[in-house]
Design a protein around this ligand. Structure first.
Ligand code: AMP
Ligand code: ZN
Length: 470
């Protein structure tokens, strides 16, 4: 299995630190609002990476944090006149709901920054002891960037190149820095803000230190995969590397994976441009399975443009798969007895296995979900043309299981929600009635067969058409 490592700028063979096990950390959202569809991309992407690793037989320990102490959370809490805790716990709950609707599995652990302050303080103490951090007069603790030789290795820039960027960043209150490239590990409290006691001053941690501390606590000093959106490469991930490696003296993460950005109408998503959608808003128009399917239709490193038209076409694509699986479910239900694979079917299974191999080859090539999805489409098409009433129960079950397994790895549910199914059945029945009224009996029969394939039988009664599941 090959994956593209931002650290080396190349596709590399995946070799875990410990055979059979994968330790993975993905930066999670700052919880001050409903998550937007951009935040949903790393969630879906890395959930799929995790599922594929599990499919390969790895035991995956997956940690993803919630940043629940941050300026934006504090600002919102002040606006609403509540504690910042009330804001963050509200949006963690909402975020988990959105994740479930997108079939993103909960992480093994979802640590919250505010519950790991002790861990962060411990790490900062180690950095001070080793000369990689210092306390300024006002109590702020800074990381001494120049003390870490490898700084810039992830973003492939050296400190001199980065220096000009730093000079532009003049933050008031950070005058105690020894050097403009130094960054905050701990800052003094301000009026009305949450704070914790520390050896340096009462205050709160900087953002970068939380991921280094939580990753170390839950996964150890060295991990296999670290993920997040590409905007996090610099400075966030660069700073995480500096903190973790300066403290431990060991390589922090072996593979760094970054997803490309999700844009709207080819523009950066931004509130001020008015092109900004929360997952919740999209969920009002589309089943969030469609959003997941849409995200996986592109390679995770490519930029992805969001539009309603593209979502519509993803909905149609997903429908094709669901219809294919439902047809197989209907056929399976009507075949109570197995007769074994016929000789012809044995050959068909071999052909179908080639689609599965194509799917796996795509996933092994840096999680190319776009090509993996195409292989699923090909398999569904193959199934639609080769499975029918004359197929053996074994052949039908083989096809259904194979399609379902490949979809599950992508996190795509193959069972339609009951309400959606009912709505669809009602709509098909209506279309059939209309066809009959118009004396288009061949279309009416075709619809009856389509419903039968879905496991629905119709009864024409005096009170009208009734339907039941087989
Ligand atoms: P934040 O809450 O801003 O820290 O973001 C949480 C995660 O969402 C990070 O991994 C970001 O890189 C990612 N992210 C934010 N906006 C986008 C976007 N438009 N497209 C893709 N990923 C994004
Ligand atoms: Zn992080």
């Amino acid at each position: 299995m090959k994956l593209f490592n931002t650290l080396t700028g190349a596709k590399e063979e995946f070799v875990p630190l410990e055979p059979g096990k994968v330790k993975m950390y993905v930066c999670g959202p700052t919880v001050y609002n409903f998550i937007h569809i951009g935040n949903a991309r790393p969630m879906i992407v890395f959930d799929t990476v995790r599922r594929y690793l599990e499919y390969k037989g790895y035991e995956v320990n997956f940690v993803s944090n919630f940043t629940d102490v941050d300026d934006k959370i504090i600002k919102k809490a002040i606006e609403e006149g509540v504690d910042s805790d009330a804001i963050s716990s509200r949006y963690i709950k909402e975020c988990k709901e959105d994740m479930a609707a997108m079939n993103v599995r909960p992480a093994t652990v979802h640590p919250k920054a505010t519950e790991e302050i002790g861990e962060m303080i411990g790490l900062i103490e180690t950095l001070i002891e080793k000369g990689h951090a210092y306390r300024a007069e006002d109590g702020t603790v800074y990381f001494r960037t120049k003390s870490f030789e490898d700084y810039g290795k992830l973003s492939h820039k050296n400190l001199d190149e980065l220096q000009s960027g730093f000079r532009e960043i003049k933050v008031t209150g950070e005058e105690g820095k020894e050097d403009s490239s130094d960054f905050v590990l701990w800052k003094p409290k301000k009026e009305g803000e949450p704070f914790w006691e520390s050896p340096w001053c009462a205050g709160r941690p900087g953002w970068h230190i939380e991921c280094s501390a939580m990753s170390k606590k839950y996964l150890g000093e060295q991990i296999d995969i670290h993920g997040g959106g590409e905007d996090l490469i610099f400075p966030h991930h660069e700073n995480e590397i500096a903190q973790s490696e300066a403290a431990s003296g060991k390589e922090f993460a072996k593979y760094w994976l970054h997803n490309g950005f999700l844009n709207i109408d080819n523009k950066k998503m931004s509130k001020s441009l008015g092109n900004f959608f929360t997952v919740r808003e999209i969920g009002e128009k589309f089943d969030l399975q469609v959003l997941r399917f849409f995200m996986l239709s592109a390679h995770y490193r490519s930029p992805l443009n969001f539009s309603e038209e593209l979502m519509e076409s993803s909905r149609n694509g997903l429908e094709r798969i669901l219809n294919g699986v439902e047809k197989l479910a209907g056929l399976e239900q009507r075949k109570s007895q197995g007769t074994g694979l016929s000789e012809k079917e044995q050959l068909l299974v071999k052909e179908a296995e080639a689609f599965k191999a194509k799917y796996e080859a795509a996933m092994e090539d840096d999680f190319n979900t776009a090509d993996a999805v195409s292989a699923v489409f090909e398999l569904v098409k193959f199934s639609n043309t080769t499975a029918d009433e004359n197929s053996s129960r074994e052949y039908i079950i083989y096809l259904k299981k194979t399609i379902e397994t490949l979809c599950q790895v992508l996190g795509i549910l193959t069972e339609r929600k009951k309400e959606t199914l009912d709505e669809e059945v009602e709509a098909l029945i209506e279309a059939r009635q209309k066809a009959r009224k118009e004396k288009n009996f061949s279309l009416a029969d075709q619809i009856r067969q389509q419903l039968l394939d879905m496991g629905i039988v119709l009864e024409d009664t005096r009170e009208g058409v009734k339907w039941k599941r087989l």
